[in-house]
Design a protein around this ligand. Structure first.
Ligand code: HEC
Ligand code: HEC
Length: 233
């Protein structure tokens, strides 16, 4: 029910003035106005809206933002650039959507997806994926990582990401994520493009890694079968 949210009309009037600063303010107002219309739509939806419905339909954003298109019908990911969501901790999933929306993670498409969801919908869809059985697609390459990579993981990552990369309260699960996706994230941390980690632990860790470490860590982690994250996240 967009029309019932009057503040949504405000930005158009302000933006008509040709001053750049005013336009910036108008854009910010527009952002809040969108949140307002989203909330109105939610509270007026007499059928309610479950996380599963958002995952399958894309919520307010429409079909092009349907999570299942890229993250798989059962949250298994696409084996390439879209990670598995099934069985990841709900708090982690929700935080990532906040980070995409705020620009703390650099991905235009996921930024738009996240901005179309209000905070309640982000919680619903996060809970939906967290409750699914952890599953993933088979690794895209047959190349296996070496024992050196396993040792690097045990030395530099396991403390936070856990045995078998199943996650701990100090870091999310990494098992069964596509090798391409994991390598991309490590490069994003390295260049400080992804910076949702308040204590900068991932920035420091990633800056110690060379290009070949990143590639082989991706292969190594993709081959570990995912299992449910321990409770507490
Ligand atoms: C058109 C494809 C596409 C759609 C639709 C899509 N995603 Fe994504 N999603 C991606 C890609 C690609 C990434 C990896 C972004 C990156 O490299 O940082 C991602 C990343 C994520 C992450 C981060 C996971 C992690 O392990 O850090 C979450 C959470 C997420 N998406 C949730 C959703 C939800 C919820 C929806 C539906 C409301 C959705 N996505 C719709 C492609 C998509
Ligand atoms: C001091 C703790 C710590 C250490 C050590 C650590 N990480 Fe992390 N890592 C984190 C945290 C916390 C996050 C999630 C930050 C956020 O909320 O975005 C994370 C996120 C990640 C992600 C993104 C996961 C996703 O689904 O998008 C990858 C990939 C990753 N770490 C790989 C590694 C690797 C590889 C190592 C070892 C070389 C490592 N980490 C060492 C704490 C750590």
């Amino acid at each position: 029910m967009r029309s019932s949210c009057t503040s949504a009309r405000q930005p158009a009037r302000i933006a008509a003035r040709p001053v750049l600063a005013t336009k910036v303010i108008a854009a910010i107002v527009a952002l809040f106005a969108t949140g307002c219309t989203d909330r109105m739509a939610t509270s007026n939806d007499r059928f309610g809206r479950s996380g599963e419905l958002i995952a399958m339909s894309g919520g307010e954003g429409g079909a092009r933002y349907a999570c299942a298109t890229c993250h798989g019908a059962r949250g298994e990911g696409n084996g390439f650039d879209a990670p598995r969501l099934a069985g990841l901790p709900a708090g982690y999933l929700q935080k990532q959507m906040e980070d995409f929306a705020l620009g703390l993670r650099p991905h235009e498409l996921m930024r738009d997806v996240a901005r179309f969801l209000d905070s309640h919908e982000r919680v619903l869809v996060a809970n939906h994926y967290a409750a699914l059985e952890p599953r993933t697609l088979a690794p895209a390459t047959t190349e296996a990582a070496t024992e050196q990579t396993a040792a690097l993981y045990a030395r530099a990552c396991q403390q936070c990401h856990g045995v078998d990369a199943a996650g701990t309260p100090a870091g999310p699960p990494l098992a069964g994520q596509p090798a391409f996706y994991t390598a991309q994230q490590l490069r994003d941390w390295q260049l400080s493009k992804r910076r949702g980690d308040g204590l900068h632990g991932m920035l420091r860790v990633a800056q110690e890694l060379g290009a070949e470490d990143i590639r082989t860590l991706g292969l190594y982690l993709a081959r570990i079968p995912p299992r449910p994250a321990p409770a507490g996240r």
